[in-house]
Design a protein around this ligand. Structure first.
Ligand code: KIV
Ligand code: ZN
Length: 512
């Protein structure tokens, strides 16, 4: 790796998944991993294998299909975790074990109940064990942003000597500010005698909205790997956002004097896929991937852009994957035009059957909607892939009624397991009635925490994208659904969330 290559380490599938409600199935992780590979991410952190059997299987499955990115598994500094991570990565073309152990006084004393000497000893033992199982080892002193510098220098020198090849400095609680964080990285590199034997990495959380700024400040001070997530997904306020980091460095290569391998034209597709799978919508004014990120509303701006786009644009929308030609297909478009459009959008369904299934759904949609936009196609293919997964509940049909002065009602037919069941319920509106009817079949007892509707494109015939968040016994799941009829989209989203609850993916949290 040359000194001006910035390694992009994506942790959407691990830290991103730690956002309440963002847990993903094995197949969802594989779909996102494939998109990250297309994006040319260097390292994909696929999960925390010791957390649960589901996580182990997901990391193993990702390791088996990904060939052009390194696949990484997280492990606490404990023998069982490290061996589980190594097992999950057995089939990886290139695999990395990421070992972490807290180093801040508060974490060592209150959480680990270990002395600093014990922490150093455990870190060295763990890295030595990991290195005996794989060559590519990363070590993170958790809560480094609040750790003492002398202690960090001592422990990091020893884990490098034990074989760690990447040293990752996390600002676990998002407490640091850019100038301070940059200085921390520079000091560590300057003071640790064997620092040149490791790649220096950073992992910043966004509690103060500074994750990207802190990461970039670290790059200015010698860091050559950034850990980040698509759409900035992650614990609490999230992690540094991949798209912002990558486009900052690409747009201001003159300033940062380094660059990534990322194929930026795949950014929007990655953002949409992650948002669709997790049910976390992207705010319209989000940099790079928000719907308004390249929209010039004011007359002065529009006039300037028409005369010369560089008057107000520092990046081109098409360079991050927004397509200029938004109107795409209609009712009469054939299979070839459909397939070509998918290719133009960087969407490659896994098989001929997947193309056929998506085409059938496209025809169905075109019957109900005169113009089909790129956004509709993204949604269509995502819905198909989701439907291909194991589902316990399936919506067969529904009928809703409402009339001024009358109580709205819904009749639903749902397959639960193998049995088809019918239910009728009334509610304060059609969506409320539909949810009550479905719940009377599912009997989940879950609490509805969020219901949100977004229009995917403009016009009253647009597809509505619905997100539903359910909570049961401390578990939170998000469900997503799309349809031109928002009551149907809502029912699909509710059923999607019920399926996730039903899958009952229990997992441990790495930092607890
Ligand atoms: O935020 C953090 O400290 C982490 C570590 C496991 C790297 O996610
Ligand atoms: Zn983290």
């Amino acid at each position: 790796m040359s000194g001006n290559q910035l390694v992009i380490f994506d942790t959407t599938l691990r830290d991103g998944e730690q956002s309440p409600g963002a847990s993903m199935t094995r197949d969802e992780k594989i779909r996102i991993a494939r998109q990250l590979e297309k994006l040319r991410v260097d390292v994909i952190e696929a999960g925390f294998p010791a957390a649960s059997n589901g996580d182990f299987e997901a990391v193993r499955a990702v390791a088996q299909v990904i060939k052009d990115s390194t696949v990484c598994g997280l492990a606490r500094a404990a023998e069982n975790d490290i061996r589980r991570a190594a097992d999950a990565l057995k089939d990886a073309a290139s695999g990395r074990i990421h070992v972490f152990l807290a180093t801040s006084p508060i974490h060592m004393e209150k959480k680990l109940r270990m002395t600093p000497d014990q922490v150093v000893e455990r870190a060295v033992q763990s890295v030595t064990l990991a290195r005996s199982l794989r060559d590519d080892i990363e070590f993170s002193p958790e809560d480094a942003g609040r750790s003492e510098i002398d202690f960090l220098c001592r422990i990091l020198e020893q884990v490098i000597a034990a074989g760690a090849r990447t040293i990752n400095i996390p600002d676990t609680v998002g407490y640091n500010v850019p100038d301070q964080f940059g200085r921390l990285i520079r000091t560590l590199i300057e003071r640790i005698p064997n620092s040149d034997q490791a790649v220096w990495s950073v992992h910043c959380h966004n509690d103060l909205g500074l994750a990207v700024a802190n990461s970039l400040s670290a790059v200015m001070n010698g860091a050559r790997q950034i850990e980040c997530t698509v759409n900035g997904l992650g614990e609490r306020a999230g992690n540094a956002s991949l798209e912002e980091v990558v486009m900052a460095v690409r747009t201001r290569r003159d300033f940062f004097q380094c660059d990534t391998r990322i194929d930026t034209t795949q950014i929007v597709a990655a953002s949409k896929l992650v948002s669709n799978i997790t049910g976390f919508p992207v705010q319209p004014n989000k940099a790079i991937v928000g719907a308004n990120a390249f929209a010039h509303e004011s007359g002065i701006h529009q006039d300037g852009v028409l005369k010369n786009r560089e008057t107000y644009e520092i990046m081109r929308a098409e360079d991050v994957g927004w397509t200029a030609n938004k109107l795409v297909l209609g009712k009469l478009s054939g299979r070839n035009a459909f397939r070509q459009r998918l290719r133009d959008l960087g969407i490659e369904p896994d098989s001929e059957e997947a193309v056929n299934a998506a085409f059938a759904r496209f025809k169905d949609l075109a019957d109900r909607k005169t113009e089909i936009f790129d956004e509709d196609l993204h949604m269509l293919v995502a819905a198909d892939a989701a439907a291909a997964e194991q589902e316990h509940f399936k919506l067969v049909s529904m009928r809703v009624q409402s009339e001024t002065g009358e109580t709205p009602s819904a009749d639903v037919v749902v397959v639960a397991g193998t049995a088809e069941q019918r239910a009728r319920a009334g509610g304060s509106g059609q969506v409320d009635a539909a949810f009550k009817a479905i719940e009377s079949i599912a009997d989940s007892g879950a609490e509805l925490q969020l219901f949100s509707v977004n229009s995917i494109t403009s016009g009253t015939d647009a597809q509505g994208e619905v997100t539903v968040r359910l909570k049961k016994e401390g578990r939170i799941v998000n469900g997503a659904g799309a349809d031109t009829d928002i009551v149907v989209a809502s029912a699909k989203a509710y059923i999607n969330a019920l399926n996730k609850l039903h899958a009952n993916l229990q997992r441990a949290h790495p930092q607890v």
